[in-house]
Design a protein around this ligand. Sequence first.
Ligand SMILES: [Zn+2]
Length: 152
Amino acid sequence: MSWIWPEYVNRELPLTKQERKAILRDAWKLWFANKWNILLYLALPALYLLTVFFASDVGGRLAALVGAGGLINKLFRAGAPVVLFVICFVVGGAVLQRYRFAPCVYRATRRHGYDVCAKCGYWLRGLNDDIKRCPECGCARRLAEGAPANSG
Ligand SMILES: [Zn+2]
């Protein structure tokens, strides 16, 4: 499942297995600290449970709308709950993972001393301090967390 639920730990970083685990553990701690995350992740199964009972009817109506009857209609009715499942859990999960979990991983990675972009996780290794934007995604570069504030 890592293709759809990646860990978002930058693979270029020279991490030991323990460090990698520690970063993920810290990322989950950051994730849990924001109650919105839990609410959003719970919203996925809730959305599924609230709508799955109507999915077949909607599928049947869609089939009727395009003028398909008989077997196609049955396929639409049978397939609709599957499509709903994929949208709620696979697509929805991947989106939440990307926008809610990945930033926690990047923050945790930064706390472990690796200067990765807070937005996309790109490793900003060896870049001059006067480079103010991530070369990968273009978002503003932040100082490493925990580092002494820049006097300039
Ligand atoms: Zn970036």
